[in-house]
Design a protein around this ligand. Sequence first.
Ligand SMILES: Nc1ncnc2c1ncn2[C@@H]1O[C@H](COP(=O)(O)OP(=O)(O)OP(=O)(O)O)[C@@H](O)[C@H]1O
Ligand SMILES: Nc1ccn([C@H]2C[C@H](O)[C@@H](COP(=O)(O)O)O2)c(=O)n1
Length: 236
Amino acid sequence: MTQAITHAASPEAGKAPVVTIDGPSGSGKGTIAKLLADKLGYALLDSGALYRLTALAALNADVDLADEARLAEIAGNLDIRFAVANGEVAAVLEGKDVSRDIRMERVSMAASKVAAIPAVREALLQRQRDFRSPPGLVADGRDMGTTVFPDAPVKIFLTASAEERAQRRFDQLQRRGVSVSLRDLLEDIRARDDRDMNRTASPLAPAEDAVVLDSTDIGINDVLQKVLDLVHERIQ
Ligand SMILES: Nc1ncnc2c1ncn2[C@@H]1O[C@H](COP(=O)(O)OP(=O)(O)OP(=O)(O)O)[C@@H](O)[C@H]1O
Ligand SMILES: Nc1ccn([C@H]2C[C@H](O)[C@@H](COP(=O)(O)O)O2)c(=O)n1
């Protein structure tokens, strides 16, 4: 069962093993991170949710997304917690479950802009590190292996072609009854890749010691098994 962590870490917590899973949007990071955390009984950090929550708080307060100082202040003072209910992790902002709101397209776009601001990333750094706790942590994002947990014993960079990622997102939205165009999704994925890879602060890139897994032609179970093999080889 995935653990939800909301408290500051103890000295032992700093030594707990971390598995980092970075990669572009739609590569399957969130899916694999959740399955892995469940399997290992580790805590789970969905770092993208922190950028999404910052973006939602800013949109709710009508803050200009060009106002970097104000956005950093919002990121540094977020009133959030992650609650586990029925095996799912809910994101709670100022007491309200906003798990669905933070997945809306306008929030995704705002999160991508907010995440490019160095002062926002700095404001969220320690909060992310506080998720590290025994028996271990699975951390999903873009800079988990390069910046947030550079000493992690297992670093995965999960990728897939833009076309495959757009198709996966299309199928996911269709299952939820949301009608979208595959072409728009592909354009959106390319725009986000470009912004995530070309920003100056913690750009999306594999850590030097990361294992790169291309899941374009590999199913979820096979990806999970490859990651588990690495964990057993390096941690337990
Ligand atoms: N290897 C795979 N084969 C087929 N479908 C997959 C695979 N991995 C993930 N998926 C599906 O792709 C969709 C996107 O996966 P997921 O949300 O985990 O991606 P993500 O990398 O976390 O994206 P984001 O960074 O935008 O949150 C989901 O519907 C998931 O079930
Ligand atoms: N460590 C991270 C995590 C996420 N981001 C950015 C990338 C996206 O534009 C946005 C939302 O992430 P998602 O929920 O889609 O994984 O946040 C980042 O820059 N660094």
